[in-house]
Design a protein around this ligand. Structure first.
Ligand code: PMP
Length: 364
């Protein structure tokens, strides 16, 4: 008999977007376009490259265990206190830290249907009970999530924008939800795609943590800041929550290159703006492409769009792969008829459009 915890025995390993090298190896093709992991197609900011180059010679030393300078930079940029910040090896690390800090195997954790797969993963890993609430028009049904609260509920995950649907909650709906959650339940507001949301509709979420002591907001450097490969994310919360999370955090969970790169990335406002701009243009173009071909999609506020290809979406995914375009199946998110396409550079989007049109033409 397995000695593993029951929750762990049932877990499915995280399915990442297929790496380019794997598709090259398996299908023997080159010139592959990857639109599968919501990465920044512009690559790495030149400020980041310079900072990393300078840092190479210091790698024999341990990183700063407390990330003093990065926390200072974040605190200054967002008008928060350094003691409200918890750094992580990607925001996934912070999500797991939160679960380990607050949830036990007696507890329930609520999230939406079609929500980010790491929520059930970190929940089951500690033997707690995941409660997936049926979505409304692919997005969070906040009223139903409130109604799902029991005396065992300890944590609620809300992603805004949500992955893989790209759905977005208004500031009013979100704040009213947070205000209605009992204070002994932690609300984790995952804002991995925050930077892609136009500034006039973004929630003032970092300031909310002062009003709502049970709110934790997570952000990442993996998307608009272009540092997915380095793993850099963080949480902003009430100082007491941050203090507890920092007690169990591994001392060097954010490595020296990630700390350095994140600081440099915060300096490069032009790169960030350009990333957001290229994404907005790509999004406008791909929705027009879908409209022209009668493909329906879930309107998205992230750097990806989830398109409905119908019952043969798995086949279309395979044919796209064979034509060198990697997109992301979302059947594991209870969206078996959809594929998620990350917004790439114009030429990468063209490769996707061409491949899809060829597939349709070949089927006729
Ligand atoms: N939250 C959401 C909603 C995401 O889509 C992702 C990235 N797939 C993450 C968190 C984690 O990102 P990272 O660990 O790279 O910061």
């Amino acid at each position: 008999a397995s000695l593993a915890l029951p929750g762990i025995r049932e877990l499915q390993p995280y399915q990442a977007g297929k790496p380019i090298e794997e598709v090259e190896r398996e299908l023997g093709i080159s010139n592959i376009v990857k639109l599968a992991s919501n990465e920044n197609p512009l690559g790495v900011s030149h400020l980041v490259k310079e900072a990393l180059t300078d840092k190479i010679n210091s790698l024999a030393r341990y990183p700063d265990a407390n990330g003093f300078y990065l926390k200072q930079a974040l605190a200054q940029k967002f008008a928060i206190d350094t003691n409200q910040i918890t750094l992580g090896n990607g925001s996934n690390d912070v999500l797991e830290l939160l679960a380990r800090t607050y949830v036990t195997d007696h507890h329930e954790v609520i999230f939406s249907q079609h929500a980010f797969v790491v929520y059930p993963l970190v929940t089951k890993a500690i033997g707690a009970t995941p409660v997936a609430v049926t979505a409304k028009e692919y997005g969070h049904d906040l009223d139903a999530m409130l109604a799902a609260i029991t005396d065992k509920t300890r944590m609620i995950f809300v992603a805004n924008p949500n992955n893989p649907t790209g759905t977005f909650l208004s500031t009013e709906a979100l704040e009213s939800f947070i205000a209605n959650v009992p204070k002994n339940i932690l609300v984790v507001l995952d804002e991995a795609y925050y930077e892609y949301v136009p500034s006039d509709v973004r929630a003032p979420s970092f300031s909310w943590v002062n009003t709502y002591p049970n709110l934790v907001v997570t952000r990442t450097f993996s998307k608009a800041y272009g540092l997915a490969g380095l793993r850099a994310g963080y949480a902003v919360s009430n100082a007491k929550v941050a203090d507890l999370m920092n007690r169990i955090r591994q001392p060097f969970n954010m490595n020296e290159l990630a700390l350095t790169a994140a600081m440099a990335a915060l300096q490069d406002e032009a790169f960030l703006q350009n990333s957001v701009q290229v994404n907005a243009e790509g999004m406008a173009q791909i929705t027009a492409f879908c409209d022209a071909r009668g493909l329906s999609y879930i309107p998205s506020h992230g750097n990806f769009i989830t398109i409905r290809f119908g019952a043969n979406s798995a086949e279309i995914n395979q044919k796209l792969l064979e034509k060198g375009v990697i997109v992301r199946p979302v059947a594991g998110y209870e969206l078996p008829e959809h594929l998620r396409v990350s917004i790439g550079l114009p030429e990468e989007m063209d490769a996707f459009y061409r491949a899809y049109d060829e597939i349709v033409a070949e089927a006729q």
